[in-house]
Ligand binder design. Structure first.
Ligand code: TPP
Ligand code: SF4
Length: 283
């Protein structure tokens, strides 16, 4: 039995009412529920309000550059496949600055779980439009409305046959914790895009706006049906379907590489004299 208390309790720099509190709670609940001890978990992030999440968790953590959370997470997972590796960062960080890393992670199907805190705005830098801001939405930096069509990360991930794609809502902690658990248990890349209000800088997509729209998927929904998943992923308007939208059993990156079998790379004791011999050949 692992208790959520083992993941610590810290004072945060978030605004009261921010959705990040609930996402942090759901993450702790999910990790403890899976029986994972803090030393068995690595949480990586980039820059932003959401990216402060690892500061408020007692476990292994890596806080890198804006948009660059997936590459160190990938490296860590390859070095120690026994670690549960979670990436937790904002919509700007994951889909804007880190957009290409997002595509590469889906393509590789590395066994990590990406929690995208999607408040449809740049929170830390005080309210510029992010890739998921809806077209025409007025922001502090776009007073005449965001000029571009919104990026739909869930549809892109499904289109690319990502291993596991889900939508969650920070206002439904237990449901979100369950999605995070399923994502961590999935062998391959998991995206959980989480609708999250930014009470200070997004006055359109408020808690009430999401609550009205976030609806669970029907009980008989089949997440292995790609065509249905594609249609469901495109729904982001009057209804925002919640749950596992798509999953498949593509082999995870590394599972078919002989060097990755057996003990994690980080635990092996290589014979460095062999490496010295090779280097000597090039001296
Ligand atoms: C390469 C780079 N570009 C821009 C910035 C400035 N910057 C810091 S945080 C941020 C926005 C963060 O927004 P998001 O990722 O959506 O997270 P949130 O703060 O909303 O949780 C930006 C643009 C930066 N630090 N690095
Ligand atoms: S600015 Fe927005 S995202 Fe940042 S802590 Fe405040 S409510 Fe949360």
């Amino acid at each position: 039995m692992v208790s959520v208390d083992e993941y610590g309790e810290f004072e945060t720099a978030w605004c009261p009412g921010c959705g990040n509190f609930q996402i942090l709670k759901a993450l702790k609940q999910a990790l403890a529920g899976l029986g994972l001890k803090p030393h068995q978990v690595l949480v990586c992030s980039g820059i932003g309000q959401a990216a402060k999440t690892p500061h408020y968790l007692k476990c292994n953590a890596f806080n890198g550059l804006h948009g660059r959370s997936l590459p160190p997470a990938t490296g860590a997972k390859l070095a120690n496949k026994n670690l549960a590796v979670v990436v937790t960062s904002g919509d700007g960080c994951n889909y804007g600055e880190g957009g290409n890393h997002f595509l590469a992670a889906v393509r590789r199907n590395i066994n990590i779980t990406l929690l995208a805190h999607d408040n449809q705005i740049y929170g830390l830098t005080k309210g510029q439009a992010s890739p998921t801001t809806l077209k025409g939405q007025k922001t502090k930096a776009q007073p005449f409305g965001a000029p571009s069509d919104a990026f739909n990360p869930v549809a892109v991930a499904v289109a690319m046959h990502a291993g596991f794609v889900a939508r969650g809502f920070s206002g439904n902690v237990d449901h979100l914790a369950d999605l995070i658990q399923q994502g961590i248990q999935h062998e391959g890349f998991s995206l959980i895009d989480i609708s999250q209000p930014c009470v200070s800088f997004n006055k359109v997509n408020t808690f009430g706006w999401y609550k009205e729209r976030c609806k669970p998927l029907p009980e008989d929904y089949d997440p292995t049906d790609w065509g249905t998943a594609m249609n469901t992923a495109m729904q982001f308007g009057e209804t925002i379907p919640q749950g596992v939208i798509y999953k498949n059993d593509r082999p995870a990156f590394g599972s078919n590489i002989p060097a990755m079998q057996g003990e994690p790379l980080a635990r092996r004791n290589p014979d460095l004299s062999v490496l010295a011999e090779i280097l000597e050949e090039y001296a």
